[in-house]
Every structure is written in structure tokens, then in C-alpha cells.
Design a binder for this molecule. Structure first.
Ligand SMILES: [Zn+2]
Length: 344
């Protein structure tokens, strides 16, 4: 099986030769940049550099997928947020949040042509040209919840969810189109799969906030709302991402219409599998801080074996990995999967 066939067989719930190793979020590392003679912020701003270092995920680390959008700021920059692209081992950040009322937001006419957005689309096109249908290409967008963090400030937005539900609903309404447009454009550029990030994480909001505010929007995006056609014309599966403990809301994610949920190692995998009840597939589970960064290859192997024992078939780091993560530990994910299957 080719890596892409393997990933899609698992997504289609078919038997495979091996489990797949994917990177729904960033596996950009200093090691990969050094190997290619590249650096930050060039890898975020130049499509050729971005595609080259994304390809390292497969070429140097053995992943079955490549994913070129490493940072959280691209769409925010195109929507008018003040972005610091930074350098060295620091990822870009949003430093100014321009919106304090949903009425202030207007979708920019040239959103898809903004350099910060176009660079991602161009990098996906380059990766598609390079890998055709051999490696799974994963794109990434932010949904309205995370876009609100970027555009309004995380605390400011979360306070509104408690004090002013009506305003929250309007925020989510105006911030949904950018994610839809960007996802559509990434599919058209050649992405096989999209990661949809909405950080309704355990430490930031309650399961009820997800159920009441965001679940209906996710269902509309995915065509699970019988009253309206799907907002997103899906050309492939879409993976939902939220960090932290989410086991108390996985039953709602399972109703969202997303095909896969990308989970954090703070969750008990067996509990997640039980509560999702087969309605949504799971990927993730490798701990970033303490295992991939700061841990030994032996720890990585042990965690991969545990995830495979638990029944996870799409193995991936839990979230965007720290830039200082050694490639040795990333490579071990693939090696451990292969060893596990050899032993059976
Ligand atoms: Zn995350």
C-alpha cells in the first residue's frame, strides 16, 4: 500500500497492512530546517520553502502525510490581525486583536489572494505536484471559535460566551466563512484531508458551550443539518482538532459530522473510544512535552505500542510539536509502528 492508500483505507474503515503515521498539526522542527538549510520565518512565508520543509515530514521522518501550514496566524493575518512572524525557534504569534464587536468584521474581498493565505495554497499545489497520489496531503484551517480567539483575544471572547450569548452567536456566524473558504481552496489546491481547528479545549470552555454554540455550526458545515445544504463542499475527510482534555465533550464531537477527532494525550484513549462509540475516528495520542520533546526514543516506542494496543490506527503527535523536538523521536513513531506489526 502507498502511504496515502493506507491513510485512506483507515479513514474508510478498511483493513490495512500497517497503522498510519500522520501529522494533522505541525511537525516543523529545527532539525528539519537545518537539514534543508531553511529557517523561520521564511518557511512560513515562501511557498517553496514551506513545501520543502513539509516534505521533510515524509522524507526525513517517515510520516504517511505531509502538512505545510505550521503556524496559527496565516488566516488571521489575512483577516487584519497584527501578526509577529518572529524568527529562530519562535513560532509566529498574533499580537493585536482588531475586533471587539461582530459588526466590525467584514470578510476581506481578496482573502484568498492575501500573501499569508496564498503561500499555503501554493505550498499545497507544490506538494501535490511532488507526491501526486502517493502521500496524503493535509491542509489546515481555523473554525469560528479559534478565529474569534485570534481576532478578539482569547479571554475577551471567552468572557462574551458567558456574559453575552447573543453576541457570541454573532461572532461565530461572521467568523465561519473564512474557514469554509480557506478549506475549500485548500481542497482545490490538492489537499486530500483538512484539519479543522476549533479550540474548545477542556481548560477553556465547558462541554455545554460546545454543544450550544458550536456544534450546530459544525453540523451545518458537514451537512448534518437537514434544513440546509452542507456549507463545506468536502472533497475529502475533515479532522476536528481541539487540545487538552476533551473526553467530557467527545460525545458531542461524535455528532458533528467530522470524520476524525485529533486528540490530546491528556485523555484516556480507551475512554475516548468508548464515548465516541465508533461515530468518529480518532487520531493523536503521542505526548509532545515530555515524550517527543525531552523524552527518549524508548518512551516514544512505548507510547506508540500502547496506542496500537488500545486500537488507534492513525497515530500522530497530539498537537503542533515544539520546534526543538528532535527528529530522532519523530522517526521513532514510524519505526515503532513497523516493529509492532512485525511482532504480530
Ligand atoms: Zn492543539
Amino acid at each position: 500500500m502507498s502511504p496515502r492508500e493506507r491513510v485512506f483505507a483507515i479513514l474508510n474503515r478498511q483493513e490495512t497492512d500497517l497503522a498510519a503515521v500522520i501529522n494533522p498539526t505541525s511537525i516543523l522542527t529545527m532539525d528539519s530546517m537545518k537539514a534543508l538549510g531553511l529557517s523561520c520565518p521564511g518557511v512560513h512565508l515562501d511557498a517553496h520553502k514551506m513545501a520543502a520543509v513539509a516534505a521533510a515530514g515524509h522524507e526525513l521522518c517517515g510520516f504517511d502525510s505531509v502538512m505545510p501550514k505550521f503556524s496559527i496566524v496565516h488566516s488571521a493575518a489575512a483577516l487584519g490581525a497584527d501578526v509577529d512572524w518572529r524568527s529562530g525557534d519562535e513560532m509566529p504569534v498574533v499580537r493585536g486583536h482588531p475586533i471587539s464587536d461582530p459588526g466590525q468584521f467584514k470578510m476581506p474581498a481578496g482573502f484568498l489572494d492575501h500573501p499569508a493565505v496564498k503561500v499555503v495554497l501554493d505550498a499545497i499545489r507544490l506538494l501535490k505536484k511532488r507526491y501526486s497520489n502517493n502521500i496524503a496531503i493535509i491542509g489546515k484551517v481555523f473554525g469560528p471559535w479559534t478565529t474569534a480567539y485570534n481576532m478578539c483575544g482569547t479571554q475577551e471572547f471567552l468572557i462574551e460566551t458567558v456574559l453575552d450569548p447573543e453576541k457570541t452567536a454573532r461572532y461565530l456566524e461572521v467568523f465561519t466563512p473564512p474557514g469554509i473558504m480557506f478549506a475549500q481552496a485548500q481542497f482545490e489546491a490538492g489537499a486530500d484531508i483538512i484539519l479543522w481547528c476549533d479550540h474548545v479545549s477542556g481548560d477553556l470552555c465547558s462541554p455545554m458551550a460546545y454543544r450550544d454554540f458550536l456544534l450546530p455550526i459544525h453540523q451545518k458545515i458537514n451537512g448534518k443539518d437537514s434544513k440546509s445544504p452542507a456549507l463545506l463542499n468536502k472533497k475529502g475527510p475533515v479532522i476536528l482538532h481541539a487540545c487538552g482534555r476533551t473526553v467530557d465533550r467527545i460525545q458531542y464531537f461524535a455528532e458533528s459530522g467530522f470524520e476524525v477527532f485529533h486528540f490530546d494525550s491528556l485523555n484516556n484513549t480507551k475512554e475516548l473510544l468508548e464515548k465516541s462509540n465508533g461515530k468518529i475516528l480518532l487520531t493523536g495520542g503521542i505526548t509532545n512535552n515530555g515524550v517527543l520533546l525531552g523524552g527518549s526514543t524508548e518512551q516514544v516506542r512505548a507510547q506508540v505500542f500502547q496506542l496500537l494496543d488500545d486500537g488507534i490506527k492513525l497515530i500522530s503527535p497530539e498537537c503542533a510539536i515544539p520546534l526543538r523536538t528532535p527528529n530522532e523521536n519523530l522517526k521513532m513513531i514510524r519505526i515503532a509502528v513497523d516493529e509492532y506489526y512485525e511482532k504480530r
